[in-house]
Design a protein around this ligand. Structure first.
Ligand SMILES: C[S@@+](CC[C@H](N)C(=O)[O-])C[C@H]1O[C@@H](n2cnc3c(N)ncnc32)[C@H](O)[C@@H]1O
Length: 256
C-alpha cells in the first residue's frame, strides 16, 4: 500500500515529516488547549467524552489497560480515566505537550479530583514505534492525532500489534461534514476563518493553516473504515459528530 500520512514534509520521508509535525506542535503547545476549545466551540470536549463513554464497558473491567496515543495535553487520557477501573497511559512524541499533560494531571490531583489519581501516566513515545509488548493493551485511542502521523499504515500496524486479540481501537478525527446546508458554511469557517483566528491567538502562522489542509488530505469516513479493515481490524464501525465534522471509528484487533 502507498505510504500515506501527514502532508507536512516530503512524501515518503517519515523521519522528516515526523520532525516537522513534532516541531509544529511544540510551537503551539502553550496555546493548544485554549485554541482547541475556542475553535471547536467546546465540541472537542464533548467528542472526547463520547469516545470515553464508548469504551466504558471495556475500561470498566478491573485491571484494564488503555493507551491514549498522540495524547497531546492529555484530555482524552483523563476522560478515559473517569470510566476506567484499571490504568491509562498517555503517550506523545512532543515533549512540550507531555509536560503540559503532566502539569494538568498534577493540577487535578491538587484540586482534589480523584478519578485520575494513580491511574494515569504520561510519557514520551512515538506512535510509529511503540514501547509496548505485543498483545498487551485492552484499548488504544487516538484523538485528532492519527491524521498527523507520518505514515497512517505503519501507525495502524503498531496499534494492532500492541492490542490484545479482540482489543479495541478508537480513532477520533476530523472528517467530512455531510450536512448539505451547514456543510458549505462549516467549510468556509474551517478553511477560511479558523486559520486566521488560530494565527491571531497563537501568534504562529503555519499550524492553523495546516489543520484544514491536513483534514482535506485525510481519507473520509468510509476510506478510514476500509484502511482499518485492510490493516487487520474487524467490527469496524463509525459514528459522525455534528454531521461528520468529526468521526469516531471503533474497531477490534483481529489476530485469528
Ligand atoms: C492535534 S494534537 C492532538 C492531541 C490530543 N490527542 C487531543 O485530543 O487534543 C496531535 C498530537 O499528535 C502528536 N503526534 C503526531 N505524530 C505522532 C507520533 N508519531 N508519535 C507520537 N505523537 C505524535 C503531536 O505531537 C500532537 O501532540
Amino acid at each position: 500500500m502507498e505510504q500515506r500520512g501527514s502532508p507536512l514534509g516530503r512524501p515518503g520521508d517519515i523521519e522528516g515529516t515526523s520532525k516537522a509535525v513534532r516541531d509544529m506542535f511544540a510551537a503551539v503547545a502553550p496555546r493548544y488547549d485554549f485554541l482547541n476549545h475556542v475553535l471547536s466551540a467546546g465540541f472537542d470536549l464533548w467528542w472526547r467524552r463520547a469516545t470515553a463513554r464508548a469504551l466504558a464497558p471495556l475500561l470498566g473491567r478491573e485491571g484494564s489497560l488503555a493507551a491514549d496515543l498522540c495524547c497531546g495535553t492529555g484530555d482524552l487520557a483523563l476522560e478515559l480515566a473517569r470510566v476506567s477501573k484499571g490504568r491509562v497511559v498517555g503517550a506523545d512524541f512532543c515533549h512540550p505537550m507531555v509536560v503540559r499533560a503532566r502539569a494538568k494531571l498534577r493540577r487535578r490531583a491538587r484540586g482534589g479530583v480523584r478519578d485520575s489519581r494513580g491511574k494515569v501516566f504520561f510519557f514520551e513515545a512515538d506512535t510509529l514505534a511503540l514501547p509496548f509488548a505485543d498483545d498487551s493493551l485492552d484499548a488504544v485511542t487516538v484523538a485528532f492525532g492519527f491524521r498527523n502521523l507520518a505514515d497512517y499504515w505503519r501507525g495502524l500496524v503498531e496499534m494492532r500489534r500492541v492490542l490484545k486479540p479482540g482489543g479495541t481501537l478508537a480513532i477520533l478525527e476530523f472528517s467530512r461534514m455531510r450536512w448539505s446546508v451547514m456543510g458549505p458554511l462549516f467549510r468556509f469557517y474551517f478553511r477560511k476563518l479558523l486559520p486566521r483566528i488560530g494565527q491571531a491567538i497563537s501568534g504562529v502562522a503555519g499550524p492553523y493553516q495546516y489543520l484544514p489542509d491536513s483534514v482535506t488530505h485525510f481519507p473520509d469516513q468510509e476510506a478510514v473504515a476500509r484502511l482499518l479493515r485492510e490493516a487487520g481490524f474487524t467490527r469496524v464501525r463509525y459514528r459522525n459528530f455534528v454531521g461528520g465534522a468529526a468521526a469516531l471509528h471503533l474497531a477490534e484487533a483481529d489476530k485469528g
